[in-house]
Design a protein around this ligand. Structure first.
Ligand SMILES: [Zn+2]
Length: 164
């Protein structure tokens, strides 16, 4: 049990995902005589909110969240944690796998990549329409059905539209 734990936690300690505030020099928080950690989690100003730590599946180096509103930041935090929990239970999302695949294919021409994108976008919509959101739910049957029903009309996409 110990070795398993050790293998899975090469970087340590694992810190839970946290949001905190990085105050500007002229923020009023500095006049409030708060302790350092109180400043860090101060909710009542407009300074940027940052994120750091790890979910069950991913590690987040320090980064700006892009929001300054505390409840909005908490909502983002919850959704990151929920996504990670989802992934732990169900494996990777189809959508994420497609994005990763497309991002990795920088070896093909833009036109080819656009076709991959179109095709995989169709596959994603088709699978979602059948309530399949995770890669491991995409079985041979789903793919066969996709070939039969999901690709209909796709051929007309890249050519010019008929103008009648
Ligand atoms: Zn501030």
């Amino acid at each position: 049990m110990y070795t398993g734990w050790y293998k899975n936690r090469v970087y340590n300690p694992v810190v839970a995902l946290t949001i905190y505030r990085r105050h500007s020099v002229d923020c009023r928080v500095h006049k409030l005589r708060l302790k350092a950690y109180e400043k860090k989690y101060f909710k009542d100003c407009d300074c940027p909110i940052w994120l750091t730590g790890s979910t069950d599946t991913e590690r987040y180096p320090r980064q700006a969240l892009g929001v300054r509103d505390w409840p909005a930041a908490e909502a983002k935090l919850r959704s990151l944690n929920a996504t990670s929990k989802d992934q732990t239970v169900h494996g990777p999302k189809l959508e994420d796998c497609i994005t990763r695949y497309l991002d990795a294919r920088d070896d093909v021409k833009p036109k080819t990549l656009a076709q991959y994108k179109l095709l995989l976008g169709r596959l994603k919509d088709f699978a979602h329409g059948k309530n399949k959101f995770f890669i491991r739910e995409v079985s041979i049957d789903v793919l066969e059905d996709f070939k039969t029903y999901g690709l209909a009309g796709l051929a007309g996409y890249s050519g010019p539209r008929n103008s009648d």
